[in-house]
Ligand binder design. Structure first.
Ligand code: SF4
Length: 247
């Protein structure tokens, strides 16, 4: 089923959402149906808009302030959304993570993000679960150092393409917060995609907010995963825990 059109209280069109998220909003009484075909819902609560855009800070993203943020999971979104809003960016989240396995884990993480997004009124664009695309991309390059840059590129390419098609001024990713990810590779890939696709990549060292991420995750009561995402990382994390347990 295609995405659902979502309007704010004033009738302004927001970024579309999935049918599942629309259903949750309707069941919680947080939205009402405006039209069935195409399915259109209207929020029954006021959306808190980010701070009004001011002058761009030096080293910022030029004239524009609409930013599409690739989100790998709810916990990793907490600090970047707060930091970017404080800097004056109008942030929309983008969920596209075909690397997360199994499917039940993908659902758990997406639901955690939905819960966070509702709490902070973050507009979300959610792309589907394209699990085979991930496996095809990393086939024969499954080793840790080899597969991760492919995984970054796969996800960021979708966000960059979306950002370009939907008129955002820049894109970035919550992957930049994690000390477990290769931040230099993420930056290199983001900047290469920016040149290829024609939309700016916003680099920011979100790692400074890693401790705050933990605090915010607990405050919001979000599900926090125990491995990066793919089956390989789940296996590696299990092995490491086993070694520690044996040691
Ligand atoms: S370990 Fe994480 S970043 Fe690397 S391929 Fe797996 S899911 Fe992607």
């Amino acid at each position: 089923m295609s995405q659902v059109i979502i309007l704010d209280q004033e009738g302004t069109r927001l970024s579309p959402c999935t049918p599942e998220r629309a259903e949750r909003l309707l069941q919680a009484g947080r939205a009402a149906v405006v039209c069935r075909e195409p399915l259109t819902i209207r929020l029954t609560y006021a959306v808190e808009l980010p701070p009004a855009p001011q002058e761009c800070r030096p080293g910022g993203i030029g004239q524009g302030k609409r930013l599409l943020l690739h989100i790998c999971c709810g916990p990793c979104a907490t600090y970047p959304v707060r930091a970017l809003r404080a800097e004056g960016y109008a942030v929309t989240g983008h969920w596209y993570n075909p690397n997360i396995h199994p499917y039940s884990e993908h659902v758990k993480r997406r639901e955690a993000l939905d819960a966070f997004a509702e709490k902070v009124q973050l507009p979300l664009i959610e792309d589907g679960y394209e699990m085979p695309v991930f496996f095809r991309a990393v086939a024969n390059q499954e080793r840790f150092r080899e597969r991760c840059p492919i995984c970054y590129r796969l996800r960021l390419a979708r966000t960059a393409t979306r950002a370009r098609a939907e008129g955002y001024d820049a894109f970035t990713t919550t992957l930049l917060i994690s000390p477990y990810q290769d931040q230099a590779a993420i930056r290199r890939i983001g900047e290469a995609l920016a040149a290829e696709v024609g939309v700016a990549f916003h680099f920011e060292n979100f790692r400074r907010g890693w401790a705050e991420r933990g605090k915010l995750t607990r405050e919001y009561g979000l599900y926090a995963q125990s491995y990066c995402g793919c089956l390989y990382s789940e296996w590696e994390a299990t092995q490491q825990r086993g070694r520690k347990g044996a040691g």
